[in-house]
Design a protein around this ligand. Structure first.
Ligand code: DLL
Length: 440
């Protein structure tokens, strides 16, 4: 993307470039305060800490955090909807919820100060991605209980961008607005971004017709291969950012122009990496489950929240000058991991194989079945060109090629089905690529 100039800017240079010692000092002060705050205000935490034999005064060093038992999604569900709020409802000025695939949503609340913290965190992420007050930012995340749209909305407004709150859906109109309003920054999930590029092409719109230069994508994974494809389709620089409703929404971490990991807002969120089975702390640089303590939130603080996201942290200073830890793109939630015939499979591994192949479009679906006593995986992939379906030997060769590449990466035999272009569902929010027929 050489033609796109993204400058290395800071939203809060001082905070983003503190020395490790200074970051840890702030973290410890804030950790001690938040543990005390939770202990005094949230009956759930009073009991949790009492049961574990930990008093707020016992937190003397950052490592002491390990004495606190992690908080899980099940704890949130058990306290649905407001049981973990630390302030009277009168002080809550916004409520969001994460949809969740089963059962009740997870409800999260914000005080006025929380909303300020949130837009500050998103302003940082947007600035490190390359957004400025010159941008026209089209927010194509769904507005509503989902944190993505309003989170990016206020953060981008804060940096002075012209925000277009179009929400998701009505994709042809999205493309028209993009062209007519001179959108320069697109805010969406990568799968919706990809779909938009497809619709734009159908509408006869070329890269040159648009002013788009930047994609601030997030809320779901995006392999480097998929990113490259989107960048090529529409001529933008794509930056990834990560977040989670329970933690605040977007704004937890984001990529700078070097895209060598996502900078964590370590002054607001304290990250740890643990073994997802034993919960033992992993050494710096090792992969495991991300656990996060919110250091500054008032309405809905969380101590050692298990995100279920698998990643790793890098504490080296980045080329951009930022010193806060960088997290790797998540390889997926431990929840999304499929176990097929004893082999762990992450959908992102399959995506990177598919994206690297000619004649195959970037749209796919994974179907898991139970056959007898074992599970099987079918990878359904769209062809880029329907005419291949008429040439049987070519189709067969292509199928074989996909199967063998998947075998190399996954160490597993899969069924591969190549289907006509435009037959696999497109997504306007987070993609749902796994069809699990085992539960039916
Ligand atoms: O997706 C918050 C968000 C909105 C982040 C917009 C970035 C942009 P939830 O709906 O609660 O919150 O989903 C959180 O989504 O635990 C990850 O598994 C996944 N996720 C979020 N961002 C990324 C990302 C928002 N950049 C869950 N890459 C998290 C991979 C992501 N996965």
């Amino acid at each position: 993307m050489e033609h796109i100039k993204i400058e290395n800017r800071f939203w809060d240079r001082e905070m983003e470039t503190l020395s490790r010692k200074e970051i840890e000092k702030i973290q410890l002060e804030r950790l001690q305060a938040i543990v005390k705050y939770c202990y005094e205000r949230v009956p759930f935490y009073t009991k949790r800490l009492d049961d574990a034999g930990v008093k707020p005064e016992d937190i003397r060093a950052l490592e002491d955090i390990e004495r606190i038992p992690p908080t899980t999604k099940a704890d949130l569900t058990a306290n649905y909807p407001y049981g973990l709020f630390a302030v009277p409802r009168k002080e809550v000025v916004r409520i969001h919820a994460s949809s969740g695939t089963t059962g009740k949503p997870t409800v999260v609340g914000y005080t006025r100060k929380d909303l300020d913290t949130w837009s500050e965190c998103v302003a940082r992420v947007a600035t490190m991605a390359g957004a400025t007050d010159e941008d026209v930012a089209q927010i194509s995340f769904g507005y509503g209980l989902f944190t993505g749209a309003l989170g990016l909305h206020y953060g981008l407004e804060k940096i002075g961008a012209s925000v277009v709150p179009i929400s998701s859906g009505n994709t042809e109109k999205q493309v028209m607005v993009m062209k007519d309003f001179g959108t320069t920054a697109l805010i969406a999930t990568p799968s919706y971004g990809l779909y938009m590029t497809e619709v734009a092409r159908d509408m006869g719109i070329k890269r040159e017709d648009l002013k788009l230069r930047l994609g601030i994508f997030g809320s779901e994974g995006c392999t480097p291969e998929m990113r490259a494809q989107i960048e090529e389709n529409i001529g933008i620089f794509v930056s990834d950012n990560y977040g989670m409703s329970e933690l605040i929404g977007p704004g937890v971490s984001g990529e700078c122009l070097y895209r060598e990991g996502l900078h964590f807002a370590e002054d607001h969120f304290l990250p740890e990496i643990v073994d997802p089975d034993t919960l033992e702390r992993k050494a710096h640089g090792e992969k495991g489950e991300l656990i996060v303590t919110t250091l500054t939130k008032q309405a809905f603080p969380l101590l050692r929240y298990r995100t279920k996201d698998i990643t790793r942290l890098n504490y080296e200073t980045c080329k951009c000058g930022r010193t806060h830890a960088r997290m790797d793109k998540t390889t997926g939630r431990s929840d999304d991991m499929l176990k097929i015939k004893g082999v762990n499979v992450f959908p992102s591994q399959i995506e990177s194989v598919i994206m690297g192949l000619d004649k195959i479009s970037p749209h796919y679906q994974l179907i898991v079945r139970r056959e007898g006593f074992s599970d099987t995986l079918e990878v359904v992939v769209e062809l880029a060109d329907a005419s291949v379906l008429e040439r049987y030997s070519e189709l067969e060769a292509l199928q074989k090629q996909v199967r063998s590449k998947l075998h190399v990466v996954l160490g597993l035999d899969t069924k591969v089905s190549l289907v006509e272009p435009r037959t696999i569902e497109r997504f306007q929010g987070k993609a749902k690529r796994i069809v699990d027929l085992r539960k039916k």
